[in-house]
Design a protein around this ligand. Structure first.
Ligand code: AHR
Length: 504
């Protein structure tokens, strides 16, 4: 029988893209909707600890093995007074939160979040407010968090019950400052200057920190990529990363086109790399600016209902996208895109972690459940540690509304020399047909297949609920080794994790 859809792939230990920085499996918690209140923090819940943090949420965050979490925003940070969130909780002010038009109680602030992060076994990527505030608030927050003691702000932290500095290493210089929706929105020149001066002050306090300058809010912004060029012109010597943000949606219910959107992500990343390297050349610099893709995900299901919500309530259910199976497939291709560029993408945060456009959902006071997108994230975080390998792929292609020559096969492999495992992540974008794949694993001679995980579903619109998990992976994939070749039939519209390990 003739095989209609056939792809070929070659993997070699020497085709190394990069050692992966584990921070590309980061996430994000913003004071937004029920991410904090009713999400990670739910003091009335039977499973909450003495600080009010839900242990069942922490368990899932640990299962995902999230290395870093961006906090406290997002749009929210651009009008946030960090001082409101420290000290005795009963003295903290309630404020109008202008980004999402809610009431912020400030019950959770910097110190509580640092305690949560410690319990969840993750680092924090802290954002400073460069919207309504600037150098002074940023330097004070850094002194409060990282200075050991003997100064006003560090002693205040001690007085608040935190004797040891938090030692936060990674800091964002504001959020999406190119966006007209941002409180304190700036021109590229205004942002470049304030980011440069804030970075200088922060580095004087703690030269060991790493700084992320704001790139464009997405690749369709009118100033992209001139925004990046101007920002880096001012900040090149002071910062380590430039940020990228991107969300996709299947607005026209065109799955073939939707599943191709990771190609747009690839192009976005390539353009930002080129812009960084243009500035490197312009400045005759030896330093390379890397990329922090610190907001990425699917976000569109909840936009209509959110636009109709009345303002000024506490922790309303905002941005609660209920993800379906096709969203999980796109998330899989987006993770592959990040890994393909792991030589320059060193940090990435799936936005966000709990309830707000999130893999983990909770009912306030009640159940916890996993969305469809939980699984590709889990698999890549769990098995995608080590060296990303560039596969040489030949795959049949298709054209969609916005893309041409979209390969049905999207794939990347990761070799972990520490545990001698090789993992192939692969998506078959074909909506109706199996893709026969032969993958030459030439110099992995003593490796055997140990598992072939598959996420598949007949219904692209299938979702999970607290009661029923309709989208969940199984380990009954059909991959086998034929000499030095992995052979498999990838099910139509499927996410695959083929794991090989060296036999002892
Ligand atoms: O993640 C939700 C929002 O998306 C963030 O607050 C903002 O930075 C972005 O526009």
């Amino acid at each position: 029988m003739e095989i209609k859809n056939k792809a070929r792939m070659v993997l070699d230990k020497d085709f190394k893209v990069s050692e992966i920085d584990n921070r590309i499996y980061g996430s994000f918690i913003e004071h937004l909707g029920r991410a904090v209140y009713g999400g990670i923090y739910d003091p009335g819940h039977p499973l909450s600890d003495s600080l009010g943090f839900r242990e069942d949420v922490i368990d899932l965050v640990k299962e995902l093995d999230v290395p870093i979490v961006r906090y406290p925003g997002g749009n929210m940070v651009s009008a946030y007074n960090w001082e409101d969130g420290v000290g005795p909780i009963e003295d903290r002010p309630r404020r109008l939160e202008l980004a999402w038009r809610t009431i912020e109680t400030n019950e959770v602030g910097t110190n509580e979040f640092m305690s949560w992060a410690k319990k969840a076994n993750t680092d924090v990527m802290m954002a400073v407010n460069l919207g309504t505030r600037g150098i002074d608030a940023a330097r004070n927050l850094l002194e409060y968090c990282n200075h050991p003691g003997g100064t006003y702000w560090s002693d205040l932290r001690k007085k608040h019950g935190y004797a040891e500095p938090h030692n936060i290493k990674t800091w964002c210089l504001g959020n999406e400052m190119d966006g007209p929706w941002q409180i304190g929105h700036k021109t590229p020149e205004e942002y470049g200057r304030i980011a440069q001066e804030t970075a200088k002050a922060m580095r004087r306090i703690d030269p060991s920190i790493e700084l992320v300058a704001c790139g464009s809010s997405n690749s369709s912004m009118p100033l992209f990529p001139q925004w990046e060029a101007t920002t880096l012109d001012y900040t090149y010597d002071e910062v380590d990363y430039i940020s990228l943000h991107q969300y996709y949606g299947n607005y026209n219910n065109d799955p073939a086109n939707y599943l191709a959107k990771s190609l747009d992500m690839d192009n976005f990343i390539k353009t930002v790399i080129s812009t960084c390297d243009y500035l490197k050349a312009k400045k005759r610099s030896k330093k390379t600016i890397n990329l922090s893709f610190d907001e990425w995900n699917v976000w569109y299901h909840s936009r209509q209902v959110d636009s109709e919500r009345d303002p000024w309530s506490i922790a309303p259910p905002q941005l609660e996208d209920h993800y379906n199976f096709e969203d999980a497939l796109l998330v899989g291709t987006m993770l592959i895109s990040l890994l393909k560029h792991s030589d320059r993408v060193k940090i990435a945060c799936q936005a966000q972690l709990v309830n707000v456009i999130a893999p983990i959902m909770t009912e306030t006071g009640g159940a916890i459940w996993k969305q469809s997108i939980y699984y590709p994230y889990l698999h890549v975080s769990k098995y995608g540690r080590g060296n990303a390998l560039k596969p040489i792929i030949s795959s049949p292609v298709y054209d969609s509304k916005d893309f041409t020559d979209v390969p049905y096969l999207e794939s990347i492999a990761v070799h972990n020399p520490e545990n001698d495992e090789l993992t192939i992540f692969a998506v078959n974008r074909h909506l109706t047909e199996t893709l026969y794949l032969e993958c030459d694993v030439r110099n992995f001679e003593e490796y055997q297949i140990i598992e072939h995980i598959v996420l598949e579903n007949e219904d692209l619109k299938a979702t999970n609920t607290p009661e029923l998990e309709r989208v969940k992976p199984h380990s009954n994939g059909n991959a086998y080794l034929d000499g030095g070749t992995v052979v498999t039939n990838l099910a139509s519209k499927s996410w695959n994790v083929i794991r090989l390990a060296k036999q002892q």
